[in-house]
Design a protein around this ligand. Sequence first.
Ligand code: TYM
Length: 327
Amino acid sequence: MRILSGIQPTGELHIGNYLGATKNWAELQAKHDCFFMIADLHALTTPQNPKEFSKTTLSKFIELLAVGLNPEKCIIFIQSHIKEHAELAWIFSTLTSLSELERMTQFKDKAKKQHTNINAGLLTYPTLMAADILLYKTQGVPVGKDQTQHLELTRTIAKKFNSTYGKVFWEPETLLVKEGAKIMSLAQPLKKMSKSDTEESSIGVFEEAQSIQKKIQRAVTDAGKEIKYDPTKKPGISNLLTIYSLFSDESLSQAEKRFKGKEYSVFKKALADLLVKKLEPLRKKKEKLESRELYVQEILHQGRERAQSIAAATMEEVREKIGLLKA
Ligand code: TYM
């Protein structure tokens, strides 16, 4: 299966991104034809500091390598390096109605959050995302739950293009992980863990041990004493149990059994220890990669070349189907 997914470069990679997406990407690359990209153009919908932005993008690229993406098994690239993304997004914007875009919950949320900067890019974001995906004739897209609406629209756009101009694109499936597709905030367990939220609401994949311990200790729990998976009545504990289960590879019921009759504080200590143990090797790997500049540049270059040839071939087909005059 041809698979593609992406992540924005800004904000720290947190355990929500990891459990909902990137950990799964590292597993998928062994069996499928995988493409993973840093969505730097998407990040411009929120103002970025030009002096920092390229460093942020490179750093996210390194982080993806550190969490297990292997350039021998998948193609990793930077969205803005392949100009066809923006070109195809324009064509898709002519096939997408305003009402379809205005309906997107991410647009509504972001428009509320940055109400003094509701730029057109915030609205047309999903047409660029559809271009990212369809350009590579992708069949499966592994993402967290918050991206499912964008993927529905991607399928609608593929259908619309194919019926208007003739078949070029697949209608890709959404690949959600069974558990972890929506990791919640540690401070407000009814909200998803998010890069743009407060410090104490999320744990970074590359965070220091002390800080992880502190954040888990402070994580909001629920009334009562029982350590039980019940997202409606016990959203805080259920979120922590989900995180425990995914990092320990124990099922939720095994994890519940392990902590039956124990105090919240005992569970939290065990969870913090587990996170420190599992995340430490990733942090070390990131540090090592940061000192291997030439190697990283080589992978960047290789990813770009491989993605470029596929993107160019699809765009050629698109131009021909639409009837754009050949250059
Ligand atoms: P982004 O950068 O917000 O997030 C990257 C991935 O992490 C998932 N995720 C979560 N999963 C579980 N629990 C959470 N709390 C959580 N928070 C984030 C996201 O669902 C995502 O899979 N628009 C995309 C980037 C993108 C893209 C693409 C994705 C651009 N083009 C093409 C797929 C295909 C985004 O902003 O993801």
